[in-house]
Structure formats: structure tokens, C-alpha cells
Design a protein around this ligand. Structure first.
Ligand code: IVH
Length: 687
């Protein structure tokens, strides 16, 4: 326990600054060696005080403030909970789990014969109030007795439908979070908007859930872990729900169309013995690093309603449940150095070199740092102790320096004055610094990208060959490849007749690639493979893309007001290159494209019209040779939308051999599953 007095109101900016530091120190100690300078309640009070000050002084919010980081608890609100939203007590190993179970069984006076074991989702607790089957209100946990109304987020949360299967009145409790894919997308949107990113998926979800006036929308995910009828509801259905074992409550929740962990690889199970519980704990822990969302433990609950009712609650947590905590995915380590690299588009990106630290099953040595503004905003220094986050698929990132651990030995991070790749100047007019030579700085990388398998697919054009062509002065960009003559190629060292003819044939094939691939080959900043396909499908021709202004570009799904002008500027920068490609006879249209307004009926006739399709596992039969990009292109030619993750919006899953969690998830959601052969038959004319 701590003797820190409750902090409910902070007098001024200095007190606020101290409170933020105190909270950071407490978190540092907790994540560093598991000890904490504050107990949970004191920490909660402290953060609530910080949040209250920030609400009153929005202009003074410190970037290091923990308010964005704390699940629900940081945010106070004025919507009273019908039933308090409590915490869970923790255990940290098998022995402590056994002690907890033994004391629970002593209290009950009988053994527990049915345990529910499920993941502890690392997000924010919310309660979703359904009235007559309709989603009426979303409320955060707040301080547990009252939370904040975040109903504005309705419609942006995957797994939380607007309507349940039955017209019931019930509160569904669960966790709102960002999957790794949602997090990456949210960071990209924020980066494009103001040059900053989110520290980790949890704080991104917290900020997103509360945000009302952001110019961009980020998607969230919900997983339910409980259902509560209103305490005054004495209807037969309510009484029945209260009497069901937890596992059956969860099956009912899923049947209502709400996402539960059952659709993941770590869904809830019922264990009969403590050994089985421990076995499942270990299974879930082993799967953690591969999950597309964060978990910070495993929750073990008495499955039977009678056991829960008898065990009851302490002041802060149920006695019938416990959180088996897994090691933190945030740790403190040292920032040893910052490396600067110029990417293929000329963007100069810093990368943090860390004292190696084990996080979520792997050793982390590098972390992303985004840009100079980001480094300055965080006030990072070399030698700083920094909080590093890594979980699942998420790229390791530095959250914040721990200022109180400074020794005085820290040094400023040296910011490059010239391009680290070529030594030329740096264009600092944008948040993302760029070599003044742009993509010319990293010509080999940018040409090699254009020739890559998912772009122009020019076989036989390895990096050393590109270097040879550049050194011989035969090319200056990838458009020049299409002007190379047989004699020029034969004149190169290690270039025989056969390789020359093969390469020339590869260039000819590359000229016939669809616009989506040609566009992707350009390497326009902010657009990857799927965005290039979307742009090409939207406009149909390079001419139409080039004629589009920022507003017209914004009509493409996923391009917002920040990215659109970048695309327009990039196309202007690439004008000469595109002209050369056109002159060389490179295809500048998307096969099968028809203007959206001219052929709505035709589009509706396509076999996958209006469908969102996901591909998983190994393809076979006529699709065996197709890469994922080619499969996605096929889906889009056939009128569908290719997506990489299964959700309630998915219309079809193409599942080949060794399909894993996506298949399980699709099964759980009742998504139509077809094998590659069936799918090939469906889209045959488009293969
Ligand atoms: S049950 C009465 N189940 O963990 C408390 N909670 O540390 C019932 N959480 O505030 C909570 N996954 O937000 C429960 N499968 C799960 C959970 C879970 C994550 C969160 C929840 C709670 C916090 C407690």
C-alpha cells in the first residue's frame, strides 16, 4: 500500500506536471520490475486528477500524460452504471492461482467443478446498452460506478452490431480495442493528418473511443465477456440469463451477433480441474505473440451462476474471478542510438536502437521513431530510459522517455543535416523529411520496387543488374528500361544472348500489366498495393488519375483530406516518368474497367458484386500459382472487395489448406467458406 494522499484536484500546471511524472514513475516501476510505487486505487485517483485537470486546461496536456494509456479508469463520466464495473484481482503464476482457488473453495465450502477460462483482452472496458434489441448507448468504465457516454462511436466498432438477433433489453460488457491492422491504419491516418502517431493500440483505442471531432475515423473492435439484464428486470428471459453458466451466457451473446473471443484462437473454454485451467493458461500464453490483438492475461471465472452468486464481491472485484497476468508488453530499456535511413521514396526515417529487451516472446532491439517532429515532441534523448511497447503483430515502438530516471549523462539526439544516404540536402518543409533528390536518391531501391513481383513483375532484374544499368548510364529511372535495346543489353558484362532475350521479353510482358500495378510501381508516397488497386479501379486510366484534383482523389475509399494532396503532388513530381512510360507503350488502363455511372448494372452482375472476400491458407487447383496480390486482383476483377481480415462484414472466406485462425473465426461468425476449387469455378471467366 502507498501512503500517497488521494489526489482529486490539481492546483496548477506545476502540480499537474508533478502528478504526470508521479504516474509515469509508478508505471515505470510496475513495468520495470513488477513493484509499484502506488497501489491501483491510488494510481486511479492520481490519473483521475490528471484527467480532470486536462479537461479544464486542454491546451496544457502533456504528451507524456498517462490518461490516454489507462484503460477506462482514467476517464470519469456522468452516466451511472446499473451494475458497477469492477476490476479483477490478479495472480502471477500457477501457485498463486492454486492458492486463490483453494481460498475460494473454502469460502464456498465445496470444490468448484467448472471453470471458465478466457483471454484477458487488453483494451478498454465498455458497456453496450441494448434496448429492445437496438444498440442505444455506449458507456466507458469510468471510475466503475459512472462512466462517460461514448455513443458517438456506434457504427465504428466491429463486432458490436446495431441490432441483436432478438429484441432483448440487456447490457453487454466487453472490451473495445484495436487489432494490429486497425492500429496500423489508425497510425497512418494520424500520421497523414498531423505527423504524430499513437503510442500503442490501447491508447489509440482509448483516444479513438472518446474522440468526437476528429477529421478522420478509425475503426475499433469489440469482444464481449459478459451480459447483464437490468437489475430491476424480473422477466422470465432475464431470470433465465442470470441463471445460465457463464459459458452459456457467452454462447447466447455470440448468437445475438456480437463478437466474443470464441471467434479467435484463444476462445473461452470450460475446464473441470485446475490442471486443465493451467493447461489452457499455457496454451493462451503460447499463442499470445501471434494474436492480431493484445491480451494481458487470462481470466478464470467460476462457470456456474450458483458458485458466482455465493462467492459474491469484495469492494473492488468479484471473488469468483481472477486475472492470471502475463508479463507486460511494455518495458523500460535504454535508448542507445538513433539510426537514420533514406527509403526508396527519399523519405528519411529515424529508427531507435535499444538495449535488447524481451517483450512478448521476442527480443526487441529496434523501434520505430517516425520523424524528427515526433522525437522532439517526445523530448527523447540518447541514453534515456524509454518505455517500449510490443505486442503481437505490432511493430515495436517507443512510448515515452522516463524523465525521472535521467542521470544527467543523456545527450541530445543528433539530427542529420544532410541526407544519410547520399549526403545531399534535406527538404524539411514537411513533417516527414526527405532527401532533396527525392526518389533519385535511392534509385536502385525504387527501380527494384517497381520491378518487383507485385508490381511490374520483371523477372531477372536483380539489384546488381539495375546497378550495372545505372552505372553504364543506360537508365535513370524504371521507365528507361522499356527503351533499352538488345545491343545495349548485350554490351553489358555477364549478359549473354539468352539472358538478354529473356529480359527483353520480361519488359514486353511488363508493358501489359494492369494500371493498378503500373501505378503501384510508381511508388507514390502513402499508397501501397491495395490503395493502388483502389485508385486504378476508381479512375480506370492514368489519364483520369492525372486529371483528378485533391477533391476528386478523395472520392477513393481510404483517401482522406491529408493524403489526397500528397498523391496529387507526387503525381506532379512523377509527371516525366509517367510520360516516358506512356510513350514506351506501357498499359495505362485497368482491364474490364467501366465508368461507375455508366455501367452500374454490369457491375452488379459480376459474381462477387458487393462482396467482401478474404483469402487464407494455400491455394490449389487453378489458383495454385497465384500470389496473394494476384488473388486480390482476381477478387476485384470479379466485382468483390479483397480484405485481409475476417470480420462480421466478410461475405466469403476462400480457405485453402492450412487455413488457421481466419477459418475458425469465419466459422464462428457464420461466414460462407469455400475451398480454392469452388472459388475458381465461381470466378472462372476472370482468372
Ligand atoms: S470479467 C466484474 N473478462 O479486465 C468484473 N474482464 O482488470 C468482470 N477484461 O475491467 C470482468 N478481458 O475490462 C472480464 N475476459 C474478460 C476480460 C476482462 C478483459 C478487463 C475488464 C476489467 C478488467 C479488470
Amino acid at each position: 500500500m502507498s501512503d500517497t494522499p488521494p489526489i482529486t484536484s490539481l492546483a496548477d500546471a506545476a502540480a499537474y506536471g508533478e502528478a504526470v511524472q508521479l504516474a509515469l514513475d509508478a508505471a515505470a516501476a510496475y513495468y520495470g520490475d513488477g513493484t509499484s510505487t502506488l497501489d491501483d486505487d491510488a494510481y486511479d485517483r492520481l490519473v483521475r486528477g490528471i484527467a480532470a485537470y486536462e479537461e479544464a486546461h486542454p491546451g496544457e496536456v502533456l504528451s507524456t500524460s498517462p490518461t490516454g494509456k489507462v484503460a477506462g479508469g482514467a476517464v470519469v463520466g456522468d452516466v451511472p452504471h446499473t451494475v458497477p464495473m469492477l476490476s479483477l484481482d490478479n495472480v502471477f503464476g500457477a501457485e498463486q492461482l492454486a492458492d486463490w482457488a483453494a481460498s475460494l473453495e473454502r469460502r464456498l465450502g465445496r470444490p468448484v467443478t467448472s471453470w471458465s477460462v478466457e483471454p484477458k483482452l487488453d483494451g478498454l472496458a465498455i458497456t453496450a446498452r441494448y434496448r429492445g434489441g437496438r444498440l442505444a448507448q455506449l458507456v466507458t468504465r469510468g471510475d466503475g460506478t459512472a462512466g462517460e457516454d461514448v455513443s458517438h462511436a456506434i457504427g465504428t466498432i466491429v463486432g458490436l452490431p446495431a441490432r441483436l438477433a432478438e429484441p432483448v433489453t440487456v447490457e453487454l460488457r466487453g472490451e473495445v480495442m484495436m487489432t494490429a491492422a486497425q492500429f496500423e491504419e489508425a497510425c497512418a491516418k494520424r500520421q497523414a493528418h498531423d505527423g504524430t502517431t499513437f503510442a500503442n493500440p490501447r491508447s489509440a483505442a482509448a483516444g479513438t473511443l472518446r474522440a468526437q471531432d476528429r477529421p478522420y475515423v478509425c475503426e475499433l473492435t469489440f469482444f464481449g465477456y459478459g451480459a447483464l439484464p437490468h437489475p430491476d428486470d424480473t422477466s422470465e428471459a432475464a431470470v433465465r440469463l442470470r441463471e445460465l453458466p457463464h459459458s452459456e451466457v457467452m454462447a447466447w451473446v455470440a448468437a445475438q451477433g456480437v463478437q466474443t473471443p470464441a471467434v479467435t484462437e484463444v476462445g473461452g473454454i470450460v475446464a473441470v480441474t485446475l490442471e486443465q485451467v493451467q493447461e489452457r493458461v499455457e496454451q493462451i500464453a503460447a499463442k499470445r505473440a501471434g494474436l492480431p490483438f493484445g491480451i494481458d492475461g487470462i481470466v478464470i471465472k467460476c462457470d456456474l451462476a450458483a458458485d458466482q452468486a455465493q462467492a459474491g464481491f469484495s469492494s473492488r472485484a468479484p471473488r469468483w474471478a481472477i486475472a492470471y497476468k502475463l508479463p507486460a508488453v511494455e518495458k523500460i530499456t535504454k535508448l542507445l542510438a538513433v539510426e537514420w535511413n533514406t527509403g526508396r521514396t527519399g523519405v528519411i526515417a529515424p529508427r531507435a536502437v535499444l538495449e535488447p529487451v524481451e517483450l512478448d516472446g521476442s527480443v526487441v532491439t529496434y523501434a520505430t521513431l517516425h520523424n524528427v517532429a515526433d522525437i522532439r515532441r517526445r523530448g527523447l534523448m540518447l541514453g534515456d530510459s524509454v518505455v517500449v511497447y510490443k505486442a503481437g503483430d505490432v511493430i515495436p515502438r517507443i512510448e515515452a522517455p522516463v524523465v525521472s530516471l535521467r542521470t544527467g549523462e543523456e545527450r541530445p539526439i543528433e539530427i542529420p543535416q544532410v541526407c544519410p544516404s547520399c549526403g545531399d540536402g534535406i527538404d524539411v518543409s514537411q513533417e516527414r523529411w526527405r532527401c532533396v533528390r527525392g526518389r533519385a536518391c535511392r534509385l536502385i531501391a525504387s527501380i527494384s520496387y517497381a520491378a518487383g513481383r507485385d508490381q511490374l513483375d520483371i523477372e531477372g532484374l536483380a539489384e546488381n543488374r539495375i546497378l550495372q544499368l545505372l552505372n553504364a548510364g543506360l537508365i535513370n529511372d524504371f521507365a528507361d528500361l522499356f527503351y533499352l535495346t538488345r545491343d545495349q543489353l548485350l554490351g553489358l558484362e555477364r549478359m549473354g544472348e539468352v539472358s538478354t532475350d529473356n529480359l527483353l521479353a520480361a519488359f514486353e510482358r511488363a508493358k501489359t500489366q494492369p494500371l493498378s500495378r503500373v501505378f503501384c510501381a510508381l511508388g507514390v508516397r502513402g499508397t501501397g498495393r491495395s490503395m493502388s488497386r483502389r485508385i486504378a479501379r476508381h479512375f480506370g486510366s492514368m489519364e483520369a488519375i492525372r486529371a483528378a484534383d485533391a477533391e476528386a482523389i478523395q472520392a477513393v475509399e481510404g483517401i482522406g483530406p491529408e493524403k489526397a494532396p500528397v498523391v496529387v503532388a507526387e503525381l506532379a513530381e512523377l509527371a516525366d516518368l509517367i510520360d516516358k512510360l506512356v510513350k514506351a507503350g506501357v498499359s495505362m488502363t485497368e482491364p474490364g474497367w467501366t465508368p461507375p455511372e455508366a455501367a452500374p448494372e454490369g457491375a452488379a452482375d459480376l459474381p462477387l458484386a458487393g462482396m467482401s472476400v478474404v483469402v487464407t491458407g494455400a491455394m490449389s487447383g487453378p489458383l495454385e500459382e497465384l500470389t496473394r496480390t494476384e488473388m486480390n486482383e482476381l477478387i476485384e476483377r470479379a466485382g468483390g472487395k479483397a480484405s485481409s481480415s475476417v470480420s462480421a462484414k466478410t461475405s466469403m472466406l476462400v480457405a485453402g489448406e492450412k487455413a488457421g485462425s481466419k477459418r475458425t473465426k469465419a466459422e464462428g461468425l457464420g461466414v460462407r467458406i469455400v475451398d480454392p476449387e469452388e472459388f475458381a469455378a465461381l470466378v472462372e471467366p476472370f482468372i
